[in-house]
Design a protein around this ligand. Structure first.
Ligand code: FE
Ligand code: FE
Ligand code: ZN
Length: 281
């Protein structure tokens, strides 16, 4: 099983520290933001201790592809109303792709965007246009569109919306999907019938296009459109369903990443990963 968690990059060791943290969780995957997810201030990659991080990954058999990058959630590709904001979002995504390439990672998770005061259709078109402007054939990366809870005017709540974007971008082979269990629950998919949900995804998009699964419990009931993550087994999805998702044969090829909240100011990942990896008795 390829499993890990969100790990933060901190001075002074940055990526090296993130890999050390990953190993301490008995994990073989991780997801990072290249800086604070709420802003676009970024340190140069030259400070990341990249070479040391990579040799530590080699030593522990952590494939570089299992280092997933998440773009900051403040960039909104779905809004064209303010041209200056638009320019900043496009520039940032372009730089973020270059950072992913410089790190040597492959998967970049993005939230599709929010349509705000435009219609949903305009928002979806704005996302497709933005991706076409920035994502180029020669980039050795893959953009993963995350399935969203549908909070506010978020696009990507339904598999149909994701499908539409995937079918209308210029270089479709540059794109895949990040399936977030909390988000799809909040979006209204019934995880008690997870195989039916996967069947629907497969019919519309194809299961092989899911590259990363965000494994989170939810604080809210199915369909709430809220997006508040809960610790594994403490939420409305519950341990048994999350356990069966991470062990689902049809998702065997995917990288599982936990983004559950800290407990008592401490990351819960070592314990939660152990619970999910443990053989069922
Ligand atoms: Fe996300
Ligand atoms: Fe997520
Ligand atoms: Zn979320």
């Amino acid at each position: 099983m390829i499993i890990g968690s969100h790990v933060s990059l901190k001075a002074p060791d940055y990526l090296l520290g993130a890999i050390e943290e990953t190993i301490s969780y008995n994990a073989n995957a991780l997801m990072i933001y290249t800086g604070a997810p709420q802003n676009t201030i970024r340190k140069p990659i030259s400070q990341f201790k990249l070479d040391e991080a990579k040799s530590l990954m080699d030593k522990h058999n952590i494939d570089i592809k299992n280092l997933v990058v998440h773009a900051p959630y403040i960039i909104n590709l779905g809004n064209k109303v303010n041209p200056r904001t638009r320019e900043i979002a496009l520039e940032f995504l372009e730089k973020e792709i270059n950072r992913v390439i410089e790190i040597g990672a492959f998967y970049l998770v993005i939230h599709p965007g929010s349509h705000v005061s435009q219609t949903k259709e305009e928002g979806i078109q704005a996302i497709i246009e933005a991706l076409n402007l920035v994502v180029k054939k020669e980039h050795n990366i893959m953009i993963l569109l995350e399935t969203m809870a549908g909070k506010g005017t978020e696009i990507g709540r339904t598999f149909e919306e994701i499908k539409y974007i995937l079918e209308n971008v210029e270089n479709p082979d540059k794109y895949g999907v990040c399936l977030d269990t909390c988000h799809i629950n909040d979006a209204g998919y019934d995880l008690t019938k997870f195989d039916d949900v996967l069947d629907e995804f497969d019919r519309l998009i194809g299961i092989e296009r899911i590259k990363v699964v965000h494994v989170n419990d939810s604080k809210n009931p199915m369909g709430a459109q809220k997006d508040r993550h809960e610790n594994i087994g403490k939420g409305t999805i519950g341990f048994d369903i999350l356990y069966s998702i991470v062990h689902n044969e049809r998702l065997k090829h995917t990288i599982k990443i936990l983004e559950t909240p800290w407990v008592d100011n401490k990351p819960p990942y070592k314990e939660e990963i152990a619970l999910l990896k443990a053989a069922k008795n």
